[in-house]
Design a protein around this ligand. Structure first.
Ligand SMILES: NC(=O)c1ccc[n+]([C@@H]2O[C@H](COP(=O)([O-])OP(=O)(O)OC[C@H]3O[C@@H](n4cnc5c(N)ncnc54)[C@H](O)[C@@H]3O)[C@@H](O)[C@H]2O)c1
Length: 361
C-alpha cells in the first residue's frame, strides 16, 4: 500500500472534517494544514502526524502529493490551480468558483497538467442518495420522470461572513443548492435542457443575495426537476438536552426531501425523518394502485454516512488516488452542475427561460 503526505488548505467548519478524514485514511502519512488563522490549527495540538505549514511549503514539498481545498469559494481556483500546477492531486470543495470563467479555468488546468482532481459533491457518497440511485438503476420505479426537491432551513451563516457578504444575487445557488441540483443530474443521469427560476423578495436583511430560490428545470425527454428553497423558516438551533436535533427539526420548519417519481413507482428521501421509502405502482381494473413497499431508516450515529458524507467521500477519494484510479467527479463533470447553477441565476436575473445552449454559460 502506497502512503503519501497530504495537506488541507482552509481549516474552518468544513476543513475540520477534511482533516479528520485525512488523518483516518490508511494512505496518509503526515498531514499539513494551511490556514492564516492560528486558532484553527490549535484544534489538533498533540496530534503528532499533523503540522501547520504555509502554502509555499506544501507546494514545493514533493512528499505532499494530495491537497484538499476547503477555503472560501473565491479562493478555490487560486488554491486548486496552484496545487495542480505543482503536480499535486486535488480534492476541491464545491463550487468550483464564483464564476463560470473560474470553473472553466480549473478544467483547463486539470487537462493541461493531467492531474487527478475531484470536486466535492459529497452527497453522491451519502447512503441516503446512494440507496435512491441503486433503486433507480435497478429499474424499481421505472423511468424517472419528475423530481421534486424541497429544502427549508434556518439562517445559519451569520452576519458579516464571506457567505452573507457575497454580492452575487444567486450566491446561494452555487454555495448551497449546487448539491441538490447535482443530485437531480445524478438521478436523471442527464444534464438540464432549460431552467426557469424566480426568487421572491428576501427576508434575511443582512444577506447581500437572495435567500430563496424556486428552480424549475426540464431534462431530456420532457422530464422535470423542481427545487424549492427557503432560508429562515426552520427554527434557529438552540441545543436542548431533552430533544435530539433532528427529532426537533423534523417539525420546526426544517425540510429536506426528494420525491423522485418514476413510471412504475416513486422514492422519497427525508433527512429530517431519517428515512427513505419506495412506492410501487400497478394497474388495477379501476385505478392506479400505489403502495409503499420498502422503507429504510437510520439512527443518529449514522447521520454523517447517510446525509452529508464528506468524511466517507474523502476516504474514498484518497483511496482512488492511492490506487492510481481516476477521479469520480472531475472538473468537467462538476461543470455540468456549475452550469446548471449559473443558468438558474441568469434566469432569475432575466425573468426568462435559460437554455443549456445559451452562449452566456
Ligand atoms: N460539501 C459540503 O457539504 C460543504 C459544507 C460547508 C462548506 N463547504 C465548502 O467548504 C468551503 C469552506 O467553507 P467553511 O464553512 O469551512 O468556511 P469557513 O469560513 O468556516 O472556513 C474557511 C477557512 O479558510 C481559511 N482561509 C481563508 N483564506 C485562506 C487562505 N488564503 N489560505 C488558507 N486558508 C484560508 C479561513 O481562515 C477559515 O479557517 C467553502 O467552499 C464551502 O462552500 C462545503
Amino acid at each position: 500500500m502506497e502512503r503519501f503526505n497530504a495537506a488541507v488548505i482552509g481549516a474552518g467548519g468544513m476543513g475540520k472534517v477534511h482533516v479528520e478524514a485525512a488523518l483516518a485514511s490508511p494512505y496518509v502519512k503526515e498531514l499539513y494544514v494551511v490556514d492564516p488563522d492560528p486558532e484553527r490549527v490549535k484544534l489538533w495540538q498533540g496530534e503528532s502526524r499533523l503540522k501547520s505549514a504555509s502554502m509555499e511549503q506544501i507546494l514545493k514539498d514533493p512528499t505532499v502529493r494530495f491537497i484538499t481545498v476547503a477555503t472560501p469559494n473565491h479562493l478555490h481556483l487560486e488554491h486548486a490551480g496552484a496545487a495542480m500546477k505543482c503536480g499535486k492531486a486535488v480534492l476541491c470543495e464545491k463550487p468550483m468558483g464564483n464564476t463560470l470563467q473560474e470553473a472553466r479555468e480549473m478544467i483547463r488546468i486539470e487537462k493541461e497538467t493531467k492531474s487527478f482532481c475531484q470536486i466535492g459533491f459529497e452527497l453522491r457518497y451519502s447512503e441516503l442518495y446512494r440507496i435512491a440511485k441503486k433503486w433507480i438503476d435497478a429499474g424499481l420505479i421505472g423511468e424517472v420522470v419528475n423530481i421534486q426537491t424541497r429544502y427549508y432551513c434556518a439562517e445559519s451563516h451569520g452576519k458579516n461572513t464571506w457567505r452573507s457578504n457575497s454580492p452575487e444575487p444567486g450566491f446561494l445557488i452555487g454555495e448551497k443548492l449546487s448539491h441538490y441540483l447535482d443530485l437531480q443530474r445524478f438521478f436523471f443521469n442527464a444534464d438540464f435542457e432549460s431552467v426557469y427560476a424566480v426568487a421572491s423578495p428576501k427576508v434575511v436583511s443582512f444577506c447581500n443575495h437572495h435567500d430563496n430560490h424556486q428552480i424549475m428545470t426540464s431534462f431530456p425527454g420532457g422530464k422535470v426537476g423542481v427545487l424549492n428553497f427557503i432560508m429562515a423558516i426552520g427554527e434557529t438551533w438552540n441545543p436542548d438536552e431533552k430533544r435530539e436535533m433532528l427529532e426537533k427539526q423534523s417539525d420546526d420548519g426544517h425540510a429536506l426531501s426528494y420525491h423522485i417519481c418514476g413510471t412504475h413507482g416513486a422514492i422519497e428521501t427525508d433527512v429530517f425523518r431519517r428515512r427513505i421509502r419506495r412506492w410501487e405502482y400497478s394497474d388495477a381494473p379501476e385505478t392506479l394502485q400505489s403502495r409503499i413497499v420498502e422503507t429504510v431508516t437510520f439512527q443518529p450515529e449514522s447521520d454523517q454516512a447517510y446525509f452529508h458524507n464528506v468524511y466517507g467521500q474523502d476516504l474514498a477519494v484518497l483511496e482512488l488516488f492511492a490506487q492510481g484510479k481516476e477521479s469520480q467527479m472531475n472538473t468537467l463533470d462538476a461543470y455540468g452542475t456549475m452550469k446548471f447553477c449559473f443558468a438558474a441565476e441568469l434566469s432569475e436575473l432575466d425573468g426568462k427561460i435559460v437554455f443549456n445552449s445559451d452562449s452566456r454559460l
